[in-house]
Design a protein around this ligand. Structure first.
Ligand SMILES: Nc1ncnc2c1ncn2[C@@H]1O[C@H](COP(=O)(O)OP(=O)(O)OP(=O)(O)O)[C@@H](O)[C@H]1O
Ligand SMILES: [Mg+2]
Ligand SMILES: [Zn+2]
Length: 326
């Protein structure tokens, strides 16, 4: 769900396509009418001339001018009336050659008075959801979670990865199916390629299928959006970031993937604190996955963050050998 400028650019491109499509359709209608009713084309040329004249007159001002203005207006109305009569008499709807907009509000430009129009936001939000569904479109399913990929031998600590992962899988499946917006927060820890992202996707799918809103993002993209929300000087990028951050904070389940891979900056720390703390305060669930051990986490993050992550999250330690390298 890394919204940033990229998705917004995509949304604006879609709107531009709509605009071009409408312009083409309108141009075709006009040509069709001109071919059948040459007089309409003459009228349009005359109307354009009047517009130029009008612009000239309003520049001059004065009394003599206001008489000219009135005369021009009368002629203008007359021409428009004649045009309408011709078009409807030929069997076309009166607005057949008019400009056409999917959104009359912003005339498909996406902005009104410099503010993002709701039509653009709608397209944008659809893209955001679509992005989450790339996570949901994959075929990660609890039923496809293969325990055979985890060694069935005790490791150096005497833990059997396959047995431990069976417990984790069952726990996560129950968590997802019973999700009611009140369960614990989870932290998945373990080395690379052990199925943390895979299990997150399984949970995301079930929870969102049950009608809860789910947001998923990597820590770097997520914390980056917080930074853009605060610091971006580009109004579009900023309003996109505002929308994303709102979603991160308000969704029923937030999945923050790959915590610890983001650039460690004061802004990222502050963003992580805001995310973790706001969601805890609001009683909303979060799932974090990380390669960091609990000890490394304490080293990398402020005590306020580490305390919350270690104290308020249920930690699940993934075991096994890197599945990517099998
Ligand atoms: N239990 C599983 N059954 C089937 N495929 C799996 C399982 N676990 C992981 N995989 C596959 O192995 C690959 C690595 O898994 P995944 O991306 O979930 O690892 P990860 O723990 O998130 O790693 P990283 O810490 O590097 O992000 C993926 O292609 C995933 O689909
Ligand atoms: Mg991962
Ligand atoms: Zn609009």
């Amino acid at each position: 769900m890394a919204l940033d400028g990229k998705l917004l650019a995509l949304a604006r491109k879609q709107l531009e396509d709509i605009r071009h499509h409408n312009e083409d359709a309108q141009a075709a209608h006009r040509q069709e009418v001109y071919a059948r009713l040459p007089r309409v084309q003459q009228i349009d040329t005359a109307l354009r001339g009047q517009m130029r004249e009008l612009a000239g007159l309003t520049l001059w001002g004065g009394k003599a001018v206001s008489e000219d203005l009135a005369k021009l207006e009368a002629e203008n109305l007359q021409l428009q009336q004649e045009r309408r009569t011709l078009i409807t008499a030929a069997g076309y709807p009166a607005d057949y050659t008019d400009d056409r907009y999917n959104c009359p509000n912003c005339r498909d430009t996406g902005y009104t008075d410099g503010r993002m129009c709701s039509c653009l936001r709608r397209i944008y939000n659809a893209l955001v959801t679509q992005q989450l569904s790339t996570l949901l479109r994959g075929d990660e399913r609890f039923s496809k979670f293969d325990l055979g990929l985890y060694p069935d031998l005790p490791n150096e600590n005497g833990n059997n990865p396959r047995e431990c992962m069976a417990i984790i899988r069952d726990f996560c499946e129950a968590y997802a199916r019973q999700f009611d917006g009140r369960g614990p927060n989870l932290a998945f820890s373990g080395g690379p390629g052990l199925g943390k992202t895979f299990l997150s996707a399984c949970i995301a799918k079930v929870v969102s299928e049950n009608g809860w809103s789910v947001a998923y993002d990597s820590a770097s993209a997520c914390l980056g959006a917080f930074e853009k929300e605060r610091f971006s000087r580009d109004p579009e990028e900023k309003s996109a970031a505002v929308a994303t951050v709102r979603q991160y904070l308000s969704c029923d389940l937030m999945i923050l993937d790959d915590l610890g891979t983001e650039m460690s900056t004061p802004a990222a720390q502050s963003a992580l604190y805001t995310l973790v703390n706001s969601r805890l305060t609001a009683g909303k669930q979060t799932i974090i996955s990380t390669n960091l051990s609990e000890r490394e986490l304490e080293q990398q993050y402020t005590p306020q963050i580490a305390s919350r992550l270690l104290g308020e999250y249920q930690w699940l330690h993934f075991l096994g050998t890197d599945i990517r390298r099998r």
